[in-house]
Design a protein around this ligand. Structure first.
Ligand SMILES: NC(=O)c1ccc[n+]([C@@H]2O[C@H](COP(=O)([O-])OP(=O)(O)OC[C@H]3O[C@@H](n4cnc5c(N)ncnc54)[C@H](OP(=O)(O)O)[C@@H]3O)[C@@H](O)[C@H]2O)c1
Length: 216
């Protein structure tokens, strides 16, 4: 049950970013940021299943973990700057909150490549898709103007993703897990009484895979 509970958020996020939005294909190159995190540990495995070449960032303590999940190129973000190493990537799965990292992530893409951001800024396209009114669309337009302009200049696509529930995709994910193509990565399981400790642990930003709360 813990393993099952760890999957939907990261599984759907990875599926929607890599399969639905960027249509990642065999032989393409994808850069997955924070490969040792909840999303990263799932996304690396999904990208490898799709036949892509995977580069990722993590710190030295988690290099073995991300390699065991299939990462082809691992960059220790505390020692090296990915923007000076990676180039001509088809897809970037962006999950960093620093605006400077967002802009340098665009530079690793080749022309026509796609950056899918999980941390924003949200775009007017996203606001329209989920049915938000014109004033929110305008606001998202302003918030994302700088990065959209930069992406346009570079000839790449900037997309914002906010994961949505989708039963059919969960079914596809279940098949991959049952076939042993993707394994759930759980860091810690906390009892319900320790929900505050669980949240504090997640907030440290050091989790390796998912953190689960168990209800007895
Ligand atoms: N938009 C959406 O629908 C959506 C869905 C899911 C998640 N998110 C967002 O996506 C982000 C990632 O979520 P998550 O649950 O995967 O995070 P997480 O599990 O908390 O990530 C923790 C991991 O990130 C690594 N890390 C920390 N700083 C890093 C850096 N500068 N470069 C590379 N790796 C770094 C850490 O490795 P070390 O300990 O080695 O540093 C740790 O293993 C969060 O901001 C989350 O809110 C958005």
């Amino acid at each position: 049950m813990e393993e099952a509970a760890s999957i939907p958020l990261v599984g759907l996020t990875s599926w929607q970013a890599l399969v639905e939005i960027s249509k990642l294909k065999k032989g393409q190159k994808v850069f997955i940021q924070a490969g040792s995190g909840g999303v990263g540990t799932f996304a690396i495995q999904l990208a490898k299943h799709l036949g892509a070449y995977v580069a990722t960032t993590t710190s030295s303590t988690n290099i073995q973990l991300v390699k065991s999940l299939g990462a082809d190129l691992v960059i220790d973000y505390k020692k090296e700057n990915f923007a000076t190493i990676l180039k001509d990537y088809d897809v970037v799965l962006h999950s960093n909150k620093d605006p400077k990292v967002l802009e340098s992530s665009l530079l690793v893409l080749k022309q026509g490549g796609t950056l899918v951001s999980l941390t924003g800024p949200p775009t007017p396209e996203f606001a329209r898709q989920i049915g938000l009114g014109w004033h929110i669309q305008m606001l998202t337009g302003l918030l994302s103007m700088r990065v959209r302009k930069k992406a346009k200049k570079l000839g790449v696509d900037f997309k914002f993703l906010f994961m949505r529930a989708e039963g059919k995709q969960l079914g596809e994910i279940t098949n991959l897990i049952e076939a042993g193509k993707i394994r759930p990565i759980i860091d810690k399981v906390f009892p319900f009484e320790e929900v505050n400790e669980a949240m504090s642990y997640v907030e440290t930003g050091r989790a390796k895979g998912k953190v689960v709360i168990k209800l007895d």
